[in-house]
Design a protein around this ligand. Structure first.
Ligand SMILES: Cc1ncc(COP(=O)(O)O)c(C=O)c1O
Length: 426
């Protein structure tokens, strides 16, 4: 929409297919705060990636077993980064061969589960190879390569280079791959999770690094079958301008060309694997909260809501932006707006949803609202509920899935008894 002298973009409120009404009904039924997912969005995002030979869901983004089982039914494989994630994947019905354990260490529980169920492993440290060998089982292996450089939306998520703990250092790759082969492992996959998404200059660097990794290891792992390009596909959290979706076709073509070049070099048919978390989940979920206090601090206006960084930590951890909207519950919409800061209930000054990287608190233009109105935090499906905690002895919020018009509770609200259940009364 263009008005005299300036361009005004109509702000799209929801990415999910439900709206204010459904959220208000869900809060009425399940209470606040509440995670509300839309399975239709997840299905669409899986469909977007259908060109890739293997879609492996990085479940760390949202590991509820009900989401996992539905993704399995869509033909998606799964990544597990801990013993707990292996247990979740098995509980959701994945066959062990559809799971891959990716980590830089084996804790003892993870090693025991890998051994018990013969779960394929993506090794991120040489010690993992030797510990796996000691178990006597020979599972299919991937090797996670650290190509010597990284990328990420924050220093806290940088995935490669000398300051990263992830993967086998590229200069040691041939030696470790050779050792794995010598020990009788079938190394079927080389993996690189660098997260370049739509940064094409960086992406070309990652593609060359992958080509180099495959080229250098042909002699020692001739049975390579898969190149896994990791996750890191971005989504647009901002609503300031019309959402610019990543050009997936271009992304796929770049990798597919590399795959074809490698195919003629290696001689084996190579499958392309993508391992997204955020891309599949972020837009599928909102965090619905209730405004419990509205107060002025000097010239600043605060909405204090009943969810904190114990629910959604991304703003406090990375200064991550999430779109926010208001649902007026008592017919009290005035049409007026104000600059508002949105904060949570925790006894922590960093418990603010409107902050930038480095903890700088900023305001957001939002409708004037009252206590009792709902405040909706959007695009909260990836690293949202998954990163919740019991800090300040706050209870984990319930998760609800809207599927074919029905609300399905997929996680109950935690109770105080459950929170205390492992504490020994001495
Ligand atoms: C090994 C690995 N694969 C995939 C992912 C998923 O990344 P994203 O959610 O950015 O797609 C991660 C995220 O940390 C990861 O560590």
């Amino acid at each position: 929409m263009v008005t005299a002298g300036r361009t005004v973009f109509s702000v799209q409120k929801y990415n999910v297919s439900f709206g204010d009404n459904e959220i208000a009904i869900a809060v009425e039924r399940f209470g606040s705060p509440l995670w509300l997912y839309d399975f239709e969005i997840i299905e669409k995002r899986v469909w977007d990636l259908r060109s890739f030979g293997i879609i492996r869901y990085a479940q760390k983004a949202a590991p509820n077993i009900n989401l996992l089982s539905r993704m399995k039914d869509l033909g998606v494989d799964v990544d597990a980064v801990s013993a707990g994630e292996i247990v979740r994947a098995l509980r959701a019905g994945f066959a062990p061969s559809q799971i891959r354990y990716t980590a830089d260490i084996f804790d003892r529980d993870a090693l025991a589960l890998v051994k018990e169920h013969s779960i394929p492993v993506n090794i991120g440290s040489p010690d993992m190879l030797f510990q796996l060998n000691e178990t006597g089982i020979k599972v299919p292996l991937a090797i996670r390569v650290n190509p010597g450089f990284g990328h990420g939306h924050s220093h806290k998520v940088n995935t490669g280079g000398e300051l990263s703990k992830h993967g086998i250092w590229h200069e040691e790759l041939v030696e470790i791959a050779g050792k794995a082969a010598e020990l009788g492992f079938n190394v079927e996959c080389l993996h690189m999770h660098i997260g370049s998404g739509s940064d094409y200059i960086h992406l070309s660097q990652v593609v060359s690094a992958m080509e180099q990794a495959v080229g250098s290891t042909i002699a020692v792992i001739p049975d390579l079958k898969i190149i896994s390009i990791g996750g890191g596909l971005p989504v647009s959290y901002s609503r300031d301008k019309p959402a610019k979706r990543m050009d997936l076709e271009r992304y796929y073509d770049i990798w597919d060309s590399a795959r074809k070049r490698l195919h003629s070099h290696v001689g084996n048919y190579l499958q392309l694997e993508v391992e997204p978390g955020r891309y599949l989940m972020a837009e599928s979920c909102v965090l619905a909260t209730e405004i419990r206090a509205v107060k002025k601090m000097g010239k600043n206006l605060f909405y204090l809501i009943d969810a904190g960084f114990t629910d959604l930590v991304r703003p406090a951890l990375y200064g991550a932006y999430h779109h926010i909207s208001i649902i007026h519950r008592n017919g009290n919409a005035t049409g007026e707006e104000a600059n508002v800061m949105v904060a949570g209930p925790l006894c922590e000054s960093g418990d603010v949803f409107t902050q930038e990287e480095g903890g700088v608190v900023v305001s957001r233009r939002l409708p004037l609202a009252q206590v009792g109105d709902l405040l909706v935090i959007h695009d909260a499906g990836a690293y949202g509920s998954a990163m919740s905690s019991n800090y300040n002895s706050r209870l984990l919020a319930p998760e609800v899935l809207l599927e074919k018009g029905n609300f399905i509770q997929i996680r109950k609200r935690q109770t105080f008894e459950q929170m205390l259940s492992n504490e020994c009364e001495t």
